[in-house]
Design a protein around this ligand. Sequence first.
Ligand SMILES: C[S@@+](CC[C@H](N)C(=O)[O-])C[C@H]1O[C@@H](n2cnc3c(N)ncnc32)[C@H](O)[C@@H]1O
Length: 363
Amino acid sequence: MASIPNLNTLGGGRRGHRLRGGRGTTPTHEDATADSVERGRDQVVQQTDHDASSSRMSAVALGYLDDPYARTFFGHDTEIPKRYPIINRGTYVRTKAIDRLVKQFLDVRPTQKKQIVSLGAGSDTRFFRLVDESSASNLHLVYHELDFEANVNRKRTTLRQSAELSRLLKSGGDRGLTYHLHALDLRDLAVKSPPEIPSLDPQLPTLLISECCLCYLPHETAAAVLDYFSMHIPGSMALVLYEPIRPFDAFGKTMVTNLASRGIHLQTLKRYSTLEAQQGRLRLAGLSDGQAARDVLQLYDDDDWMAPEERERIEKLEWLDEVEEWQLLASHYCVAWGWRGEAFGEAWASRGGSSSIRNIQMI
Ligand SMILES: C[S@@+](CC[C@H](N)C(=O)[O-])C[C@H]1O[C@@H](n2cnc3c(N)ncnc32)[C@H](O)[C@@H]1O
């Protein structure tokens, strides 16, 4: 990892790369070096999926989450990792909070066909859990997952090799839940003539999910990716994101240094460093009807998000003596969501949606 230079000093990024190739000039030695540095950097980002998948596996194995598909994507032959209790609890809160926002969207106007686009989906299992959960409902859903080719290929292989997942995909498809897995570098959406995403239906109310993904892009690129969807989907659209915040205090600085030592640079972290900045970003992205944000600690401590009996169950799973560390860690990650369109207003305004904007602005 030490050989990977500071990514923030590289400049240009993907746009520069595309220009180098696009002008028809002979690539220079510097171009080749820059390309190989960029590839190394991308690999580090791609491998963060293994971290996410390991954390999910740990939380599932210990009973925090009920996810029958985590093991399949993690790998049956790989030893189950054991994360620290505070990490398991964080994984639990993050997953449940996003699940709840997704469910509220799907439950509103239940007969309306809807679309979800998961940016940097990695080994995420949400679609497969939704197929299970929706067996009794008449949900119509188009679900897209986007990630780098390397990660998509791995997921495709797992899907092909798992009879259970193949069956699930088929039964979901028969009931109107269609799944599309796209190999796509999101930065390619941030150029002048971006590609079309096959089967993306611009007429459907669309929920974008970025669970620790857009933070890996330069902030202009992350904003341009959101612009891409905003321009392609004229009607109801929303984004739910999960990512770190507060990089400037002592804990935040340590978090940034630790990640940097692994070659990981969260490029939007300083720009969207607070809950308010996250909400402002959502507003600027055209999600003008409502924005809200909560850090993980707020979500965990709020009875409206976490039923007291569920909190009690979680606290019995593992002894957590580092309460202060939990509070620090949990206050450095947030879930933020913003929307335009009535479907999302109905889904989110009454429970933790626009009403929480007022709460948040008082913090
Ligand atoms: C930390 S992982 C999270 C995976 C998944 N969302 C989850 O929460 O389990 C980040 C994911 O974003 C993907 N990603 C980051 N930058 C991307 C880009 N430019 N294009 C496509 N995928 C990207 C990575 O490959 C990786 O799978």
